[in-house]
Every structure is written in C-alpha cells, then in structure tokens.
Design a binder for this molecule. Sequence first.
Ligand SMILES: [Zn+2]
Length: 131
Amino acid sequence: MKSTTGAYGPVAGAAALANSNSLRVQARDSAACQGCRAPKESVYHLLLKCRKGAVPRKALFKGLKDAGVPRPVAGERHPEARLFRDPRATSAILQFLRDTSIGARQTPEETQRQDEWGWEELEEAEQMENG
Ligand SMILES: [Zn+2]
C-alpha cells in the first residue's frame, strides 16, 4: 500500500499534528509497517524503532538536542507522545517525516480531521501493540 498523493502543506505545528494523526490511523487500520515489514506499525515504531528511519533518526535526535528536548530514553513510557506534545520538537519531527516520506501519506481529509487527534487513542494503540 503506497500513496504518492501527499504534498506537504505549510510547515507548522498543525501539520505535525495532522501527520501524527495520519500515523495513528495507519497504526490502527493497517498491519505491517511499510518501511521494514514489522508486524505492527505505530507512531512509536516509526519514530523510534523502524529500520527505515535509522539514518533520519540521527538527525531527529540531533534536532531534538538542538531544540532542548530530552531524547527518548530506555524505559520511558510513550516517548513519542511526549515528543509530539512538545512544540520545540515539532520541526525536528517534521524533518524526520520528510526524510522518511512517512508524512507523504497524509491526505487532505486527514488534515481536516486533525481535531480528532486524541492521546488516549494513541495509548490504546500502544497497549494493543505491547499486549
Ligand atoms: Zn518499520
């Protein structure tokens, strides 16, 4: 399943949220990761674990460091949620999404649905993955 419809809108915090919403939808509705064929795709996986993101992830962590955002540490609960909540992390995350083409899957419909974004649902998805 590949989508090439996505073009980047204005680079803003809202775009990051829209992208993350897109990721959440993907995590719930699709099974395997497109990047590395891991059995479950999730925001956590894409941001921190996916092999596809190995190189861009170095830039992500550098961007986080430059922005004064603590990088995820082992054992941290939902580090991806913390990063998406932190406005200082937005530009580094956006760059990561660009580098990995993850954000390219965003559709206009999903952009409009960004108000539906909910962290509780993300945590639900994470629990499903971990359980
Ligand atoms: Zn993956």
